[in-house]
Design a protein around this ligand. Structure first.
Ligand code: BG6
Length: 484
């Protein structure tokens, strides 16, 4: 199978925070891969904007280092790298002042898609939007791309939406949740809506429960300042895990288009019941196996911020009433492993007798690593010895299914940036969705704060606090193991 690459229109992409960590790790390497694959047209340009003045050549050297570090040798070559670097430019800009704006305006090409990536601290989102507008840098078709965190509660998200809306229409605002750009996440929609097989079973009558796990091995690293004020609930649950939940639980949109998909996701968020305090577990990693504990990582012995959350959510709608959704995410867990597991109910009657225990049918959608989809089914254990049943996986690893010539799985960011240029908002969050997600999260955080409760410690490198296991055991269920 040969990948089809359809080039996007010529564009000018300005990256505010052009020398920052995200630009270095994701944006520039991702754009290079799109360029090399022929998707980014030769006329397109990327302008790195940063506070500090820098020669264009120095910026190109910065980009070259970033690409050489992040892009596998097999996916780069000197010719295309040189040609890509020629597309890069740099301007020094003061996001909160007037310096540099006239120069940026003068550099923009007429008749090209203009996109502005806000890869900067959230307090600068408003000032950037305002100046882009005031200095005539953004035209009526221009797009802005806003990174998370999008507010830290509903009130601040609403305020931010209002600030952006003062200068840009909703159709111009691309709120990134990079989980929506992951290949398997989109495949989840293909599996659900391009096959007849699953949808008839996709409801509370046939689904016992759903588990969504996003486990990381990394700690908070150098992001302690941001993270300690956010915690896992704001950093991961409010956006990534809720988005996954939406895609699993939503009704079939009438078309795969931005409004239809986002309308359906919003309905899911609105149908979420408040979570009972006993249905949430917060954890914080403790030093183990030579790894620091959270408190050492953030250099605050009294921090009560959670680096782990497990919770049980219910949806009050016809499709899902009675089927719990268990969500779990954490840092410094035993493996990097993100997956969604849909566990189906047992068949109503065993013709094989009581001795043959049922194992469940489980559809496992594996986000990372080893992207793929697996369906666990019962078969007869091979060989003589009568009818004994055994649970085996029907396995579709994407790497295998697509073969050696299959498409490389693009990184979430590069795919989403191309969607921005194409003007396709399907995989971006709409303002009302973000506010609704906060409206569900806010009371949970407020309740912890009111109680002054501390998170449960768990050993770095473990599967999280014991209480998270108990959350499932109480219901006669268990978490799937966190496997690499
Ligand atoms: C980010 C969070 O949004 O997602 C990080 O802020 C987290 O804390 C990261 O590590 C995880 O993304 P990925 O793509 O590595 O699973």
């Amino acid at each position: 199978m040969v990948a089809r690459v359809i080039p996007v229109e010529p564009f000018d992409l300005v990256v505010f925070g052009g020398t920052g960590d995200l630009a270095r790790r994701k944006i520039l390497p991702g754009l290079y891969r799109r360029f090399r694959d022929g998707q980014m047209p030769a006329e397109a340009r990327v302008i790195g904007a940063a506070r500090r003045a820098m020669e264009t050549d120095s910026y190109r050297a910065f980009a070259r280092d970033a690409i050489e570090e992040e892009v596998a040798p097999a996916r780069r070559d000197p010719d295309s790298l040189g040609a890509f670097l020629d597309r890069l430019d740099h301007v020094a800009i003061d996001a909160e002042g007037d310096e540099g704006w006239a120069e940026l305006a003068a550099r923009m090409h007429p008749d090209r898609v203009r996109a502005f990536y806000f890869s900067v601290a959230p307090r600068l989102f408003g000032p950037l939007a305002e100046r882009l507008h005031a200095h005539g840098v953004a035209d009526a078709e221009a797009r802005i791309v806003v990174e998370k965190p999008f507010g830290q509660d509903q009130a601040s998200a609403r305020q931010l939406n209002a600030t952006l809306a003062a200068h840009f229409g909703e159709s111009q605002i691309y709120r990134i949740d990079h989980y929506l750009g992951k290949e398997t996440v989109q495949n989840l929609m293909a599996v659900r809506f391009a096959n007849i097989l699953f949808e008839p079973l996709w409801n509370a009558q046939f689904v016992d429960h759903v588990q969504i796990t996003v486990a990381e091995t990394v700690g908070v690293g150098g992001r302690g300042g941001y993270y300690d004020a956010a915690g896992a609930m704001r950093d991961m649950v409010q956006n990534h895990l809720m988005q996954l939940l939406c895609l699993i639980a939503m009704e079939p949109p009438h078309r795969f288009d931005p409004q239809a998909v986002r309308d359906e996701k919003l309905k899911v968020i609105r149908a979420l019941d408040p979570v009972a305090p006993g249905d949430i577990v917060r954890g914080q990693y403790a030093a183990a196996g030579g790894m620091n504990g959270y408190l050492q990582d953030v250099a605050d012995p009294d921090s009560r911020t959670e680096s782990f959350v497990a919770l049980k959510a219910h949806l009050s709608n016809w499709r899902w009433k009675g089927t719990p959704f268990y969500l779990r995410t954490g840092k410094r867990l035993r493996a990097r492993s993100s997956e969604i597991a849909v566990t189906f109910r047992e068949p109503p009657h065993s013709i094989f007798g009581e001795a043959e225990r049922w194992a469940e049918n489980v559809l496992i959608i594996r986000l990372q690593p080893n992207e793929g989809i697996k369906l666990r089914v019962m078969i007869k254990e091979p060989g003589p010895g009568g009818m004994r049943l055994v649970n085996v996986p029907l396995d579709m690893s994407f790497a295998e299914a697509l073969g050696e010539n299959g498409a490389e799985i693009p990184d979430a960011y590069e795919r989403l940036i191309m969607d921005v240029i194409r003007g396709n908002q399907t995989l971006f969050m709409r303002g009302d969705e973000v506010e609704a997600a906060w409206a569900w999260i806010d009371p949970l955080i407020a309740a912890w704060e009111e109680r002054g409760s501390s998170p449960q410690p768990y050993e770095a490198g473990s599967s999280g606090p014991e209480e998270a296991a108990i959350l499932m055991h109480r219901d006669g269920r268990r978490w799937r193991g966190i496997e690499p």
